[in-house]
Each structure stands twice: as structure tokens, then as C-alpha cells.
Design a protein around this ligand. Structure first.
Ligand code: FMN
Length: 215
């Protein structure tokens, strides 16, 4: 099993979200030591531009035209990211809530990889269809407040809904979310929420370990 871990917090060892994802990875490793984990740490690296030549290429692809050969070198950076994404069987996304949604580095990554002909296409009626099939995604988020079902802030949670929507759009419908909340209240409440999220994440790791046969 090949897992791609996409990290979208700049807080490294101080990140609460990452603590939960690490619990998931440790449990998975204990059950499936043969799993390959690749990490893309979005705040620690430069992503390819999503403008200029690459924007021109995107619009050409959208209407079924080939990429301008002069733009191929620039496009190759986007393709490298896409190939890495498509090579994975399972995705783990580590993303705190930022302004009710995802951190900008994750949005940038999504804008870079969600490309026509690679992650989605169009059917004979011109309706977009996802091209990424048979994959599983686990999104681990943490947030300062509480957006759980029934809480007064629930409708403000544009993070889980967006992640479910954009990755569902490309075909990833085996989608699971673990949300640690509320983080920015008392230390006791925060610690309890992290513990509960770790348990939920480990339970998803157990399920994943059982779902995949040895590679
Ligand atoms: C730029 C920024 C925006 C944030 N926006 C929100 C928000 O809209 N709602 C919320 O509940 N918490 C918000 N927070 C708090 C974080 O979601 C929370 O502290 C989270 O646990 C941080 O995760 P980390 O420790 O993995 O970085 C924000 C934090 C930052 C840095």
C-alpha cells in the first residue's frame, strides 16, 4: 500500500493536527509495516506556479488542445506533483482549519494538481467526471472552535465540506474525516479532544490495514 501524506500546517512539531496524523501512521505501521509512506510537506517546499505558462496549458487541456511545446518544461513540474498523487493508493491530509476553510498552501496544491485530463475529464454530455478511482482518503483536521454537528458554529465549517467536495469531484469517494475540536479553549478540553481524535484516527488506520491486502 502506498500512502501519500500531505501536510498543510507550518507548525511542525507544535502542530496538534500532526500529532493525530502521526498516531494514525504509527498504528498503520504497526499493522502494515510494508506500507510505503511518502510525505509532501506543503509549507516546507515551493510548489509550481499556477499562472503564466501553466495557466495557458490548463486552458488548452480544458478544450482538448495539446500543450504548447515551449510550455512543456514548466508543465513538467505540475505533472510531477500529479504523478506522485496518482501513484498513491491512500491519502492522509493533515490540515488545521484556517478561516473556516483550508490553509492556503493546501488550496495552492489543489489548484496545481486538479487538472483536466489528469484528475478529471468530461463525458459525452460535457459533464465533468472524476478520473481518480479506487483510492481512500483520510483527512485529519483540528480547529480552535467547535464545529461539530449540532453546535452553533456547525454551518461555518467550510473545511470538511470543501475537502469532501473537491476530492469527491475527482473521484475519491472513500473519504473519511477526523476533526479535533475545540483546540483553543482550556488545555484540559484540548487534550481530551486530541485524545478522542487520536482514537478515531487509529480506528481508521485499523480499518485501512484490514482493507488492503499485502502489496
Ligand atoms: C491563520 C489561522 C486561521 C485560523 N482560523 C481558524 C478558524 O477559522 N476557526 C477556528 O476554529 N480556528 C482557527 N484557527 C485555529 C487553528 O485551527 C487551531 O489552532 C488548530 O488546532 C491549529 O492546528 P495546528 O496545531 O496543527 O497548526 C486558525 C489558526 C490560524 C493560524
Amino acid at each position: 500500500m502506498k500512502l501519500l501524506h500531505i501536510i498543510a500546517t507550518p507548525r511542525a512539531a507544535r502542530s496538534r493536527t500532526l500529532q493525530i496524523s502521526n498516531a494514525f501512521l504509527e498504528r498503520l505501521h504497526s499493522k502494515r509495516p510494508e506500507s510505503e509512506v511518502r510525505t509532501r510537506d506543503l509549507f516546507a517546499e515551493d510548489l509550481p506556479p499556477v499562472d503564466g505558462q501553466n495557466m495557458d496549458s490548463k486552458y488548452r487541456l480544458m478544450v482538448g488542445r495539446p500543450i504548447d511545446p515551449d510550455h512543456a518544461e514548466s508543465w513538467a513540474h505540475i505533472e510531477t506533483l500529479i504523478e506522485e498523487f496518482l501513484a498513491a493508493d491512500v491519502y492522509l491530509i493533515t490540515a488545521p482549519m484556517w478561516n473556516f476553510s483550508i490553509p492556503y498552501a493546501l488550496k495552492y496544491y489543489i489548484d496545481a494538481i486538479v487538472q483536466p485530463r489528469y484528475l478529471f475529464g468530461y463525458n459525452e454530455h460535457g459533464v465533468p467526471v472524476g478520473l481518480v478511482h479506487g483510492k481512500r482518503m483520510v483527512c485529519v483536521t483540528s480547529r480552535g472552535g467547535d464545529y461539530s454537528l449540532g453546535s452553533p458554529m456547525h454551518s461555518f465549517d467550510a473545511e470538511e465540506s470543501y475537502l469532501r467536495q473537491i476530492f469527491g469531484f475527482v473521484g475519491i469517494v472513500d473519504f473519511h474525516c477526523v476533526n479535533a475540536q475545540p483546540m483553543d479553549q482550556s488545555p484540559t478540553v484540548c487534550a481530551a479532544a486530541i485524545e478522542s481524535a487520536k482514537q478515531a484516527a487509529c480506528s481508521l488506520a485499523d480499518d485501512l490495514a484490514g482493507a488492503y491486502t499485502l502489496a
